[in-house]
Design a protein around this ligand. Structure first.
Ligand SMILES: [Zn+2]
Length: 95
């Protein structure tokens, strides 16, 4: 029961939820999945898309979807999906 309301401008609130909250709906996850997959394939150690990582770590359905897309794109591009898959399955150790 915390009744304290901070004064946040709508823009600040929008940026806060957009950038720092590691929460994503499955819908948003699906929408950004191809970009996420491309990023993690080209740079498995990337810290980009923290909200995607957070979501996938807690959502088996999306994790499965990301892994199949990852395998597909890797095959199309003729690259090894293993580093990206490993990076995906391991929780980011550095933040
Ligand atoms: Zn999901």
């Amino acid at each position: 029961m915390t009744a304290t309301h901070r004064q946040l401008s709508p823009e600040t609130a929008r940026l806060l939820t957009l950038d720092t909250e590691p929460w994503l709906s499955c819908e948003d996850c699906f929408a950004g999945m191809d970009h996420f997959v491309e990023a993690i394939l080209s740079q498995p150690g990337t810290a980009a898309f923290p909200e995607m990582r957070a979501h996938v770590a807690g959502c088996p359905a999306c994790a499965e979807e990301v892994e199949s897309l990852l395998a597909l794109v890797a095959e199309q591009d003729g690259i090894d999906a293993s580093p990206a898959l490993a990076a995906l399955r391991s929780r980011p150790a550095n933040s």
